[in-house]
Structure formats: C-alpha cells, structure tokens
Write a protein that binds this ligand. Structure first.
Ligand code: AMP
Length: 215
C-alpha cells in the first residue's frame, strides 16, 4: 500500500505517519526530514535548503525530485507513506510518472484539514525527541512523564528552527499558494480523501484508518 499525506504544516502528517507505519508496516518518506538530515550533515543540498526552510519557502522541485526518487528505490518494494511530498503540481506530475516507472501504484491521497489559527498554535509548541524523533507538543501532546520521551526514555528534546510564528506564516502561505492546488489534481483522479485533523491523535488516526481500510 502506498499513501500520500497532504495538509498544511502542523496538520499532523508526521504524527499520523508514525501511527500508519506501526499499524500497516509501511516506510515513512518525509522530504522535510531528509532535508533536515542534509542540513545536519552540512552537505551542499543541506546548506542550500536551510536558507529556504528557515524562510518558510519551498526547496526547488528538481532538488526534491532527485532526492526522493533514490529513497523510494531504497525501500525495496515496501509500502510507503509520502509525508511532505509532493508539494507542488510539478512534483505531483513527476511522482505519477515515477510510480509508473517503478511499477508502483498510489492507493490513497489523504488530506488532513485543520483551521488556520490552529496551524500557528500547533507549530509554535512543537518539539521532538532528539534521539528517536518522536513528536510532541507543549499543550496538545505532552510526553506521559514530563521531560522523558514515551518511546525511548531519552531526556533530550529538540525544536525545529522553522517552528516559529514568522516562519510558520510563510509556510502556511507556501501551502496555500503552491501545495493546495494539487488537491483538485488528485480529486479529479478519484484518489483524494479528506479527514478532519482536529481532535486527539487517536481520534484522527481512527478516521484515517477507516479510509485506508476502505482503499
Ligand atoms: P516539513 O518537515 O514537511 O514541514 O518540511 C520542512 C521544510 O522543508 C518546508 O517548509 C520546505 O522548505 C522544505 N520541504 C519539505 N518537503 C518539500 C517539498 N516536497 N518541496 C519543497 N520543499 C520541501
């Protein structure tokens, strides 16, 4: 099974991807996460991407496409969850061809919807475990025991440099201008399902599960 998760920043794509991976044995491919790894490694791509990411702008299509294609091959036929890709109509078109070339099919595109004020509230309170990457939120999704990761027990947490009010606004703008236009593309292809992203993580996951199991 191959899925795409779409939605504004902070909609819960990363959190729901983690659930989907565990429940259906899928591999998560997050282009944002790949780029953050590149910036940590201080590669040429990482340095170029960091400036754009910190400004809340999208990284050019050609760089993203080159990066994701190899990663899909690395999964060696396992089902994938594409989280944060595609983000432009050009990326969506290239992905379609890429899937044909790789003999893969796209089962569902799941759009997670949340209202705009919620985007800013969610992004500005986010943090994650420095060791295993599990995501948390200061208000909506705290670790069960304060300052200890539920999953791996680490006490070290990190925040993304682009999770601040100003960058969050630019990211939201990029979503509306460049990513939302993909929705009619998948709708016309009969592949789009939309879920309400408001409520608890379990509640939203239950809605996604219904779609996945009916796909
Ligand atoms: P994310 O972790 O998905 O929120 O992505 C963080 C940032 O990485 C975005 O704000 C963009 O700057 C960049 N990025 C991630 N995925 C893409 C993509 N598919 N196309 C262009 N830029 C991307």
């Amino acid at each position: 099974m191959n899925l795409i998760l779409l939605g504004p920043p902070g909609a819960g794509k990363g959190t729901q991807s983690e659930r989907l991976m565990d429940a259906y044995d899928l591999v998560q491919l997050s282009t944002g996460e790949m780029l953050r790894q590149e910036t940590k490694l201080k590669s040429k791509l990482g340095d170029e991407a960091k400036v754009l990411m910190d400004a809340g702008k999208l990284v050019p299509d050609d760089l993203i496409i080159a990066m994701i294609s190899g990663r899909i091959d690395d999964t060696k036929g396992a089902g994938v969850i594409l989280d944060g890709f595609p983000r432009t109509t050009a990326q969506a078109e290239v992905l379609d061809q890429m899937l044909v070339d790789k003999g893969m099919q796209l089962d569902r595109v799941i759009q997670i919807e949340i209202p705009e004020p919620e985007v800013i509230a969610r992004l500005t309170g986010r943090f994650s475990c420095a060791k295993c990457g599990t995501g948390y939120h200061e208000v909506f999704n705290k670790p069960k025991v304060a300052e200890i990761c539920d999953k791996c027990g680490s006490k070290e947490f990190v925040r993304r440099s682009d999770d601040n009010v100003e960058t969050a606004r630019s990211r939201l703008r990029a979503y509306h201008e460049q990513t939302a236009p993909i929705l009619p593309y998948y709708e016309a292809a009969g592949r789009l399902s939309t879920v309400d992203g408001m409520g608890g993580v379990d509640q939203v996951f239950a809605r996604i599960k219904e779609i996945v199991e009916g796909a």
